[in-house]
Design a protein around this ligand. Structure first.
Ligand code: HEC
Length: 153
């Protein structure tokens, strides 16, 4: 019995130690290069993007408690890195620097991937049910995205 308790205590201690390995810090970027600063984004659109997309497409990721665990943490981190590389609303200027067409394709992607329910990813929705987009929210995103693309041409 005693042996088992010792083993359990050692395992728990090891888990706590490992748990501290993954403590992610969000990159700090100049607020003036964020999409919301550079482009007119109505409040309803901001609210949707902040709620459903910001964890992977901004530098303001809210890391869940389970991201502190090894393996799971690395998987989440890789996903966030990939998401930010494809579209980072906190660093909009970088997309603009790649050319207007590149930037416009990000804006059209926001509508297209939401409409096809590719984004937010299914696994994320399972853990963050609040991030699910209603049909009306998709419509709000798409109207804004279409209008902005026209302006960018
Ligand atoms: C859990 C993380 C996560 C969330 C939340 C998320 N995305 Fe993504 N997104 C990704 C990843 C990762 C990619 C890169 C493509 C891939 O691997 O599927 C991506 C790619 C994209 C792209 C493609 C960029 C391009 O044109 O090449 C767009 C647009 C996009 N996401 C929009 C959204 C929108 C809009 C939301 C919210 C409604 C959202 N995403 C929520 C992870 C996420």
């Amino acid at each position: 019995m005693r042996g088992r308790i010792t083993i359990a205590a050692v395992l728990l201690g090891a888990l706590c130690l490992l748990g501290n390995v993954h403590n992610f810090e969000n990159p700090v970027s100049n607020p003036s290069i964020a999409l919301f600063e550079m482009v007119e984004v109505p409040q309803p659109v901001r609210t949707i993007l902040n709620r459903s997309c910001a964890d992977c497409h901004t530098n303001n990721t809210h890391w869940p408690w389970y991201s502190k665990f090894p393996v799971i943490g690395s998987m989440i981190e890789a996903h966030v890195r990939k998401g930010r590389a494809e579209l980072n609303l906190s660093e909009w200027r970088k997309h603009l620097d790649q050319g207007r067409e590149e930037a416009a394709s990000r804006i059209s992607g926001i509508c297209e991937l939401s409409m096809t329910r590719t984004m937010p990813p299914t696994g994320y929705l399972a853990l963050h049910p609040d991030a699910r987009l209603s049909a009306q929210e998709i419509d709000t995103l798409c109207r804004w995205s279409t209008a902005l693309q026209t302006k960018m041409q």
